[in-house]
Design a protein around this ligand. Structure first.
Ligand code: ARG
Length: 276
């Protein structure tokens, strides 16, 4: 389905001219003159949506503080970011759960969701399948173990790379790749859900979990107080929104929305709310 923004933009332009005040973008306080002119391409283009008037967002809600479920409600940094992006675009926002390693393929295939917002790290291999927006968050990796074991912060780099060591990761993530590359002698055990990797460690089925730092910290603070971080690495990964390569106008519109949300402090507020 094609959603054409031209009509809406023209209508709003007339209203703006009549009021002589502000532009269309909800939540923006910039005068209309500064919004138009220089980069009108995204505003005037058209993009496709799975459902008219709705930004359908694929996410894997197993990754607090970015996305998880409270009852059947999606909550977290990425969830609020997705809603704010949709609002900038004048769209409703709906979420659909897809296991993390299926999100990029689903966006590439089309039909299920318009975008993937799920703590997705930009990487060259994924960028062959989907387009990425500008980044909105920088992430690192951490490894956690249950307290009182043989692996400590002092020996972690060697101890984690011992034969027989089992490191739980989420399937298809940068944590999985990081563990494979840095602990080649260990057994890297992938789980579909991030939360299952922690459960496996607690149950003694794995010795450690390797995952994005903010998520490890959140899981330890909230649920696994008997675990500790023994190693962190500044991988400097960039989270971005995944968009179909067939939808460049949507990519441009979301980039514009992200820029606005960066300028108006929304992303800072979300960082303070969810990542402090
Ligand atoms: N940042 C990592 C990656 O892109 C992990 C993302 C996992 N996201 C999730 N919602 N479980 O591979």
């Amino acid at each position: 389905m094609k959603f054409n923004k031209v009509a809406a933009v023209v209508a709003c332009g007339a209203l703006t001219a009549a009021l002589g005040l502000f532009g269309c973008s909800s939540g923006s306080s910039e005068p209309a003159e500064q919004q138009g002119g220089s980069e009108p391409a995204a505003e005037e283009g058209s993009y496709t949506l799975v459902n008219d008037g709705v930004l359908t967002v694929a996410t894997s809600p197993d990754f607090p503080p970015f996305e998880n479920l409270e009852g059947d409600e999606y909550v977290g940094f990425d969830i609020e970011l997705a809603k704010a992006i949709a609002e900038q675009l004048g769209l409703e926002c709906e979420f659909t759960t897809i296991q993390f390693d299926g999100i990029v393929p689903a966006i590439q295939a089309g039909g299920q969701a318009d975008v993937g917002i799920s703590g997705i790290t930009v990487d060259p291999e994924r960028a062959e399948s989907v387009d990425f927006t500008d980044p909105y968050y920088i992430a690192d990796q951490s490894v956690a173990v249950m307290k009182g074991g043989d692996v400590t912060a002092d020996n972690a780099a060697d101890a984690l790379n011992a034969e027989g060591m089992i490191i739980a990761v989420q399937s298809g993530t940068t944590g999985e790749t990081f563990a494979q590359e840095n602990f080649p002698n260990a057994t890297i055990q992938p789980y579909g859900n991030a939360t299952d990797a922690f459960a496996a460690m607690q149950a003694g089925q794995a010795n450690a979990v390797c995952m994005d730092k903010a998520v490890v910290e959140k899981m330890l603070a909230e649920a696994y107080t008997d675990a500790e971080v023994v190693l962190s690495a500044a991988t400097g990964e960039e989270y971005a929104v995944a968009v179909s390569k067939d939808n460049p106008e949507l990519l441009a519109a979301i980039n514009e929305a992200i820029a606005t949300l960066q300028e108006d402090g929304t992303i800072d507020d979300l960082t303070a709310q969810f990542l402090a």
